[in-house]
Structure formats: structure tokens, C-alpha cells
Design a protein around this ligand. Structure first.
Ligand code: HEM
Ligand SMILES: *[C@@H]1O[C@H](CO)[C@@H](O)[C@H](O)[C@H]1NC(C)=O
Ligand SMILES: *[C@@H]1O[C@H](CO)[C@@H](O)[C@H](O)[C@H]1NC(C)=O
Length: 382
């Protein structure tokens, strides 16, 4: 009986291996992928790994490439064609228009960083933006390997102003904009896990690289904990539009994150991520995959997920959420009525300022924050 089971198992394993082997293709560079079309991504991957991300981990370049991927994709509406064609590269193809919009303040950094690489490769602008974001994410411990579909159609027109949510907008306005682009409140909260590896360069005009949580180089759940702490201070001398008080020196809290953390529509979704690394990582992976193909015909795209590198693992110990030094559960503004806030340990030591995120010098360039001199050095036909 036992030996029969073993025999059957052996046969099954052999058959499934054969199926995988038959589908696989070898690329000119020696890599194995399931679809030959994906081979075109390896020269891009090698170039950006070495020269754009330059082995600097889950740092400024990874954050910058992630944010622009959202701002490009959200230029879409289920009801209004004029809002754009989604993840279509329009933000870089029409930079002088789109980067002049208030909500795109700071996206010039992404343009300066990425445009020279786009110009040097033959893949489309839309694909490049989403590919760079997916590869950048794999530098962040705690992330699950992003999917990557290849074959977007580049934009022929810019997205208009008003598609990107602003940090000073109220919760109903933000939820309505996201719904209009096809995203539920749960998917928005899932996507906002990205603010766990993020910071602000322009919200406070006097300071840059102000992180949104105390661990901006790790995709952990601290962002969801820390945004629920009672705000007590501004990282600068005062607050600016779209900013509210945070709970830790050096950390900037967006008004939108603060309100979404507390609003009845989203507070329980928000709190559910606290100390639940698996939920946060999985829901982000799914929502991000959806975001990356907004407005695109996925039936015409190729699954090239196997080109995306395996991200570093976050150990269970490192994934343990905590209250920052000096703070405890009594500082939490409990907003989810249905579930009490989990007990977390307080990190030992005295409270100290969270360091700012070091800015990648390649994000400085000719392209300005108001969109002037953001000339696309690439002419691409779709
Ligand atoms: C309610 C929706 C959202 C609002 C209001 C919002 C707002 C902002 C603001 C104001 C900044 C700071 C920009 C600066 O001053 O440099 C920022 C940074 C960032 N956002 Fe969002 N965001 C939203 C959703 C998202 C989503 C869905 C993603 C990605 C999936 C994302 C990814 C990022 C990243 C990675 C940064 C950091 C950029 C960097 O450090 O260079 N955001 N966001
Ligand atoms: C683009 O290619 C040119 C010619 O090979 C090279 O000189 C330049 O450094 C490349 N730019 C980037 C950003 O890699
Ligand atoms: C930036 O600096 C100016 C001049 O010191 C100050 O008046 C302003 O309040 C500062 N802005 C913020 C957001 O702290």
C-alpha cells in the first residue's frame, strides 16, 4: 500500500516536471522563462538593477519608482474616457502636462531617475514604469514577489488633472475617486501598504525624505500601527496642507492616511493589517497586480512574473509590530469599533527622531517639479 502511494507520487512529480520543462524557453542570456516574449525584459532588468537601483536596497529609488506607477495607473475612469487609459505611460510621455498637476508634485524625481533608462531600451514607457516599480519592490523585505504582466499599450494623450487623490481630500472624495477607477475601499487600504516604504519630499517644503513610519526600508505593518497613534508633533516647524501631527519626531503623517485610518468605512480594514504581515503582503500583492494593468487589455498581455527577482524574506521576529519607544496601547486612537486593538510590545529605549530617507542624487535633473524642462528623451510608437 505504502509503496503504491510512493509510486503514484513519483509518477505525479515526474509528469508535472515534464509539463513545466516543455513550456519553458531559454533566453539568449541563459535565463529560463515560461514565455519567450519575456526574454526582452532581462536586458532592462540587468541595467536597472546595476545602474538605476544601484544595489541600494529598499531606498529612495525603490520608493520613487513605486509612487509614479500609481500616479500613472490611476489616470483612468470606468465612466469618463477623458480620464486616460490607465497604466499607459502617459505621465512620462506627456510630462510637461501631467507633472504640472499639483498631485504630481515630486514625480519629477521619478522622471529624472527613469527617463534616461527608458530612452535606452526598446520596451514601452508604460511597461517600463510598472516593471521598474515591481523590481524596486523586490528590494523591500516583507513584500511577496509581485506579478508582472507585459505588453501595455502606450498612451496617445495625457491624463487630465484630478485623477490622482490628494492628501488634503476627505475620505468620501478619495473613496469615490478610487471607486471610479475600479478600486474598493479594501483595495485602497491594501495599496496604501506602499506608504510603509515611503516618505514625503514636498509636503513640508523645508524638509525632504520625511518617512511615513519609523521603518521606511521594510515592508512591515508599522505604518498601520503608527498612523493610529495620537498625533503630537510635526517633523518641521509647522504643518502644511495635507499634513497632520504624527506621533514620532522625524515622521510625517498625511492627513489622508490619518483620516482613512479612523474613518468608519476603512478603520477596521486599516487595523486588520496591524501585526498581520501575511494579510498586508497578500492583499497588497493582489491590489498591486490589479493596479499595474488598469485600463489595459490583459488578454493581450504576457505573464512575465518569472522575470521578477525573489524578494528578501522578513523573519517572523522582524515582522513583529511594536509601539515606538515611550508609547503604548493607551496612545492608540481606537477607531475600529468591532475589534479591539492588538497588544503589542513597546520597543525599548528612549524616544528618538526617525532619520530622514537619503535622497538618490539621480532623482535630481533637468525636469522640474512644475513640469518645466521635463522633455521626454524617447519617442516611442505603440
Ligand atoms: C489616498 C491615496 C494616496 C494619497 C493621497 C497619497 C499621497 C502621497 C503623498 C502626498 C506623498 C508624498 C509626496 C512627496 O511629498 O514627495 C506620497 C508618497 C508616496 N506614495 Fe502615496 N498616496 C496615495 C496612495 C498611494 C498608492 C496607492 C501608492 C502605491 C501603490 C503610493 C505610493 C507612494 C510612495 C511609494 C510614496 C513615496 C515616494 C518617495 O518616497 O519618493 N501612494 N503619497
Ligand atoms: C544609454 O546608452 C548610452 C550608449 O550606450 C550610454 O552612454 C548611457 O550611459 C546610457 N544611459 C543610461 C542611463 O544607462
Ligand atoms: C518652512 O520655513 C518657513 C520659514 O522658516 C516657515 O515659516 C514655515 O512654517 C516652514 N514650513 C513648515 C511646513 O514647517
Amino acid at each position: 500500500m505504502l509503496s503504491t502511494t510512493f509510486f503514484l507520487l513519483t509518477v505525479l512529480v515526474t509528469v508535472s516536471n515534464a509539463a513545466v520543462t516543455r513550456r519553458a524557453t531559454r533566453c539568449p542570456g541563459g535565463q529560463t522563462v515560461s514565455n519567450k516574449a519575456c526574454c526582452a525584459l532581462f536586458p532592462v532588468l540587468e541595467d536597472i538593477q546595476k545602474n538605476m537601483f544601484a544595489d541600494d536596497g529598499c531606498a529612495d529609488a525603490a520608493h520613487t519608482t513605486l509612487r509614479v506607477a500609481f500616479h500613472d495607473a490611476i489616470g483612468f475612469s470606468k465612466t469618463k474616457r477623458s480620464f486616460g487609459t490607465g497604466a499607459d505611460g502617459s505621465i512620462f510621455i506627456f510630462p510637461e502636462q501631467e507633472l504640472s498637476y499639483d498631485a504630481n508634485l515630486g514625480i519629477a524625481d521619478a522622471f529624472n531617475l527613469e527617463a534616461p533608462f527608458i530612452a535606452n531600451h526598446s520596451i514601452g514607457v508604460a511597461d517600463f514604469i510598472q516593471f521598474a516599480a515591481a523590481v524596486g519592490l523586490t528590494k523591500c523585505p516583507g513584500i511577496l514577489r509581485p506579478q508582472f504582466l507585459f505588453g501595455r499599450v502606450d498612451a496617445t494623450a495625457p491624463a487630465p488633472d484630478g485623477t490622482v487623490p490628494e492628501p488634503f481630500q476627505d475620505v468620501p472624495t478619495i473613496l469615490a475617486r478610487m471607486a471610479d477607477a475600479g478600486f474598493s475601499p479594501a483595495e485602497l487600504v491594501a495599496l496604501l501598504a506602499s506608504h510603509s516604504i515611503a516618505g514625503a519630499d514636498d509636503v513640508d517644503p523645508n524638509l525632504s525624505g520625511l518617512p511615513f513610519d519609523s521603518t521606511p526600508s521594510v515592508f512591515d505593518t508599522q505604518f498601520f500601527v503608527e498612523t493610529l497613534l495620537k498625533g503630537t508633533l510635526f517633523p518641521g516647524t509647522s504643518g502644511n496642507q495635507g499634513e497632520v501631527e504624527s506621533a514620532m519626531a522625524g515622521v510625517l503623517r498625511l492627513q489622508s492616511d490619518s483620516e482613512l485610518a479612523r474613518a468608519p468605512q476603512t478603520s477596521c480594514l486599516w487595523q486588520a493589517n496591524v501585526n498581520n504581515q501575511a494579510l498586508m503582503a497578500k492583499s497588497f500583492q493582489a491590489a498591486f497586480a490589479k493596479m499595474q494593468v488598469v485600463g489595459q487589455d490583459v488578454s493581450k498581455m504576457v505573464d512575465c512574473s518569472d522575470v521578477i527577482p525573489e524578494p528578501p524574506v522578513l523573519s517572523t521576529t522582524a515582522a513583529q509590530a511594536f509601539f515606538p519607544p515611550g508609547l503604548s496601547r493607551s496612545n492608540i486612537e481606537q477607531s475600529c469599533k468591532a475589534v479591539s486593538f492588538p497588544n503589542l510590545p513597546t520597543k525599548a529605549g528612549a524616544p528618538k527622531a526617525v532619520p530622514s530617507i537619503v535622497q538618490d542624487p539621480a532623482t535630481n535633473g533637468a525636469c522640474q517639479d512644475d513640469g518645466t524642462a521635463c522633455v521626454a528623451p524617447f519617442t516611442k510608437s505603440t
